[in-house]
Design a protein around this ligand. Structure first.
Ligand code: ISJ
Length: 117
């Protein structure tokens, strides 16, 4: 069974693969293998989404008009543009949809926090 992650010749250990890189989907041979790799990515995603929501809550607290009324389409476009360089398979339109949901969820969590305080 070959490793679906790219071989990185620059890595210290001989024969090591870069598991932080994007795997080649053609090299994944079973559903179980793909699901195991997806679960590992999702665990990382959850940590990153939680971290991002906390940072967005900080902006909501510091911004003169925070929360939903302070939503900034220009800033959101910049975020998507910067991210799309790292996500060519998804592309800017899909990323915009994803990030809109992520941002909305962060604003919602921040509003819930404030209403509890
Ligand atoms: C965090 C901000 O407020 C809102 C939330 C954003 C986010 O979660 O990244 C981005 C823009 C705004 O819609 C901000 O203005 O930077």
């Amino acid at each position: 069974m070959s490793c679906p992650f790219p071989y990185d010749g620059r890595m210290e250990r001989r024969g090591s693969h870069d598991h932080a890189a994007t795997p080649d989907p053609e090299k994944i041979t079973t559903v179980a293998e793909a699901r195991e790799l997806i679960d590992a990515v999702d665990a990382q995603l959850a940590v990153l989404l939680e971290r991002r929501a906390a940072l967005s809550a900080a902006v909501q607290r510091l911004k003169p008009v925070g929360g939903y009324p302070g939503r900034s389409p220009g800033r959101e476009r910049e975020i998507v543009e910067a991210m799309s360089a790292h996500a060519p398979r998804l592309g800017p339109e899909r990323l915009a949809l994803i990030m809109s949901a992520v941002i909305e969820a962060g604003l919602d969590a921040a509003a819930e926090d404030r209403s509890r305080a």
